[in-house]
Write a protein that binds this ligand. Structure first.
Ligand code: SF4
Length: 334
């Protein structure tokens, strides 16, 4: 598959009263056209900051300290503000968890749909209205002509999310970044929005970067999965590999934290403890304070990325003993 986005050794830093802290630490990954990469991890693991670094929307105290972001082979991490602004919407679009934060409450749906079309495609208002109605139809909104004249507060949560997706797709971006797009929605609407994103990805051959903490969402949409912990990538592989052969204790912990109604013997096992703060300097593997398999080596040395033949990447000293780790038997051997 043709590579669309390439992120190499990304380091993102924030200026704080206590000095600079790294929220993303040397993270690399790529997304191909027509592929969905899910970036997974607990809140605060660096997944949203990774996506904001890609689209150039970091808060004012944040910056890409090193590494590169390439879109269709061209570096975009150091583009001037104006050029990056032009790319947003036309090449890369983003949808957020809460549509009301992205939609303007005092402007009609039609106005907000027409604006990017007129700005980027230099078309007339009438033509933009026609295209806006088509976009609303494309994302499954009934009575699109009527919706064009409504304000965001007149729509349901699911409908608002669809409008946001329509606006994000208005200028045919190659890459859609979706940051927890269904977390605020109830389960049936969540399934509809995920189906919609999947359908549009297939139809438009878009790349999708989905940010989520929910392994259920991952199972639904991912082609590949990247697991992040405390600013670092700890595991990456195809969705099949990650679900069937997880190799990092943190990934196994995430999978064991989700109820499995198909397996009567399944025991829910939450990951103990919580994520370290960005300021915390942890020697060795950053997961070791929460890992029940931690050895002396883990406390001293950072595990490198180990690659398997199946294209699986994992940063854990115990990656080869994974089956035992998975079934919790290894404690006795250490
Ligand atoms: Fe646990 Fe050690 Fe693997 Fe880190 S390197 S996840 S501490 S076993």
């Amino acid at each position: 598959m043709e590579t669309l986005l390439e992120v190499n050794h990304l380091v993102t830093e924030f200026r704080t009263a206590e000095g600079n802290v790294q929220a993303v630490r040397d993270v690399s990954f790529s997304i191909a056209k027509g592929e969905t990469l899910c970036i997974v991890g607990e809140s605060g693991c660096g997944k949203s900051i990774t996506s904001l670094s890609v689209i150039g929307l970091l808060p004012s105290n944040g910056k890409i300290a090193s590494g590169e972001v390439k879109y269709e082979g061209k570096p975009i991490h150091d583009l001037p503000y104006e050029e990056l602004r032009k790319m947003r919407g036309t090449k890369i679009s983003m949808i957020f968890q809460e549509p009301m934060t992205a939609l303007n409450p005092v402007l009609t749906v039609g106005y907000q749909l027409r604006e990017p079309l007129i700005l980027h495609h230099k078309i007339s208002k009438n033509e933009a209205t026609k295209q806006g109605i088509e976009l609303l139809k494309q994302v499954g909104i009934p009575y699109p002509e009527k919706r064009m004249n409504q304000y965001p507060h007149e729509l349901s949560g699911g409908m608002r999310q669809r409008v946001m997706i329509a606006i994000a797709l208005a200028c045919h971006p190659g890459l859609l970044i979706a940051d927890e797009p269904t977390t605020a929605l109830d389960v049936t609407i969540q399934a509809q929005i995920l189906d919609l994103i999947n359908d549009l990805k297939e139809k438009l051959n878009m790349g999708v970067m989905m940010i989520t903490h929910d392994m259920g969402v991952v199972a639904e949409v991912a082609d590949r999965v990247m697991v992040m912990y405390a600013g670092k990538k700890v595991e990456e592989g195809s969705v099949q590999e990650i679900f069937d052969h997880p190799k990092h204790p943190y990934t196994i912990g995430l999978l064991n934290s989700v109820p499995n109604i198909d397996d009567p013997d399944f025991e829910l096992e939450p990951i103990p403890g919580s994520l370290p703060s960005l300021q915390e300097n942890i020697q060795g593997c950053r997961f070791h304070p929460r890992c029940k398999f931690a050895m002396d080596k883990c406390r001293e040395l950072t595990p490198p990325e180990f690659k398997t033949d199946e294209g699986h990447v994992v940063s854990c000293w115990l990656h080869e003993e994974v089956e035992e780790v998975k079934h919790g038997h290894l404690v006795a051997q250490i």
